[in-house]
Design a protein around this ligand. Structure first.
Ligand code: PLP
Length: 435
């Protein structure tokens, strides 16, 4: 299958890439493995050297319906014939309006106003700017700090970084520049563990003692993703909501990773039956087709901002509400509303629970946990990705571990057979990692 010709072409591409390109969290001088890819279809990635991999990552949570999806392709090409892009200042269009209506309808109650942007980090920046402008408008500009959870992840831009975990985030690199925020302990109560009031104690202490300064709490509901794949109790989220209301602090829910079904509910806030004041969406919003994000807020915040000194919300990205991105996002929502995605995610949870559990017995494994469409094997020691990445590829699966975490979140449409293959290959590779 791997002819020497295709292998050579793939190697040449890597060499050219290394002359000029940055990859995520990459070095210009050290070269971990890099795999040229030719195309992707369904749950399969076709490498340029001829190898075919089952995708365990959904391209970082986003490709929920699989790659090269006929209907999603069609949505983009139809829009392409009309208009690829147009500025959003002073103009509006059908895809943006329909998508906003759909998001307001699908998301937790009370989130009536939608701000579109290009990426998750910017959606978080927008959320932070919204709460700051809101309190300024209300004459309470002393409320300008955020309370965030340890092990949280909210993106790589500066305001977003300031609310990421202060130890594993990039705070030590930028501590003189980053705004100092307030942190409370990562939720200790596992998703299905019995509740004890001790779990909310640190959070309650922080919000009570800083409420005068606090504009908002920001958190990832139920699943803390990149910062540790921590699945926590809905009761924690309910308590946070109640404490925010009690202390006059807004609540920002960052559902950029959890939104659109990944945790088994359409939005993770639904596990706790709560509505945040602001909601950030991204990643799977366009089913992994285009870059688009959205920040939704309540009428109270929207009107508050608009009645303030600035009288407008001070943000306006060039590619705001790009029509191609809005069209494909709308189609992805339509597919979710039409298809039994709850069953698909329940099957993911069931198969991953069964197939990953043998890893629990391995000496190098600290924990195995599954929630909805997310399966995690936590190792005792961090992985050196440069040494281990190729093992996964040789096993025919695309998995990209991070620190101690080997995790998968496959496209919802993966077949039971492919999912079983993916999980079994994953466990086999884990057996070979610092045994
Ligand atoms: C990925 C992610 C972000 C950042 O989104 P980008 O599109 O990478 O900027 C923010 N918050 C959470 C929870 C995420 O998972």
């Amino acid at each position: 299958m791997q002819s020497s010709q295709t292998k050579k072409l793939a190697e040449q591409l890597v060499a050219r890439d290394r002359q000029h390109i940055w990859h995520p969290y990459s070095s210009a001088t050290q070269h971990p493995p890099l795999y040229p890819i030719a195309r992707a279809e369904g749950v399969r990635l076709y490498l340029k050297d001829g190898r075919v991999l089952i995708d365990g990552m959904s391209s970082w949570w986003s490709v929920i319906h699989g790659y090269n999806h006929a209907e999603l392709n069609e949505a983009i090409t139809q829009q392409l014939d009309k208009m690829a892009h147009v500025m959003f200042g002073g103009l509006t269009h059908e895809p943006a309006v329909q998508l906003a209506e759909t998001l307001v309808r699908l998301t937790p109650e009370g989130l009536n106003r939608v701000f579109f942007s290009d990426s998750g980090s910017v959606a978080v920046e927008v959320a932070i700017k919204m709460v700051l402008q809101y309190w300024q408008s209300r004459g309470q500009s002393g409320k300008h700090k955020l309370l965030s959870l340890r092990r949280g992840y909210h993106g790589d831009t500066f305001a977003a970084m300031s609310v990421c975990d202060p130890d594993t985030g990039m705070h030590h690199l930028f501590h003189e520049i980053l705004v100092q925020q307030i942190f409370s302990d990562s939720p200790g109560c596992r998703f299905d563990q019995p509740w004890d009031d001790a779990y909310i104690q640190d959070f309650e202490t922080q919000i009570t003692s800083h409420s005068e300064q606090l504009a908002a709490v920001i958190l990832e509901p139920i699943v803390q993703g990149t910062g540790g794949m921590n699945f926590y109790s809905p009761e924690f989220l309910r308590r946070v909501r109640a404490l925010c209301s009690k202390h006059n602090v807004l609540l920002i829910a960052d559902e950029i990773a959890t939104g659109f079904g990944r945790t088994g509910k359409l939005f993770a806030c639904e596990h706790a039956g709560i509505s945040p004041d602001i909601l950030c969406l991204g990643k799977s919003l366009t089913a992994g087709y285009m870059t688009l994000a959205a920040t939704l807020c309540t009428d109270e915040i929207a009107v508050g901002i608009s009645e303030g000194e600035a009288s407008v919300f001070m943000h306006g990205p060039t590619f705001m509400a790009n029509p191609l991105a809005c069209s494909v996002a709308l189609k992805s929502c339509e597919i979710l509303e039409r298809e039994p995605w709850q069953k698909w995610v329940a099957r993911l949870e069931q198969v991953m629970s069964k197939e990953l559990s043998p890893a629990r017995e391995l000496p190098q494994v600290a924990d195995v946990r599954v929630l909805g469409g997310i399966g995690v094997i936590e190792l005792k020691e961090p992985i050196t990705l440069a040494n281990e990445q190729d093992k996964f590829v040789q096993a025919g699966i695309w998995v990209r571990p991070f620190g101690k975490l080997v995790y998968i979140m496959p496209p919802f449409v993966i077949s039971e057979l492919d999912l079983t293959k993916l999980c079994r290959a994953l466990v086999e590779v884990v057996k070979t990692i610092h045994p």
